[in-house]
Design a protein. Sequence first.
Length: 180
Amino acid sequence: MDLTERSLSSEQVYDGVLLDVRRDEVRLPDGGTSGREWIKHPGASAVVPVDDQGRVILLRQFRFGPGREFWEVPAGKFDGEGEDALAVAKRELAEEAGVGARRWTRLGQTFPAIGYSDETIHLFLAEDLHEVGTHVDEDEFVEPFRMPLAEAVAMAERGEIEDAKSCVALLLANAAMARR
């Protein structure tokens, strides 16, 4: 059975700095039509940086939408069309955590909001870290912490890390490292 919905028309409802809100009329698999509201997102990369002592660098950051602080892995959005996911991961790791990495492993990707967005987050494990100094954006305030990867994974499992990209990235990084 083909479950594909096909766009018949699309209009932009809002064009912001980050988000492009769309409203589409779609043809359903049974031939009917329906409306879909969704957010076009440029995409992002997220990184699980693990140092030589097995510690992961997590960031504590306030997020305005939910109105509170979260534990997160370093991450950031693509700045331009066709930007390379690994290049974005490297940039964000340096900017937010103040480190670079000599070894990179692609962990996959995740779609954090499939019900209303096309956002894709590419996930990476970064190892063999070296200091480069942080360069966060002037409107971005993050506090990096190092903790054992096992502790961060346990925090995700206990629901203490609630950010979806961070949970997925931590679990995939832990599995990748355990397979070695």
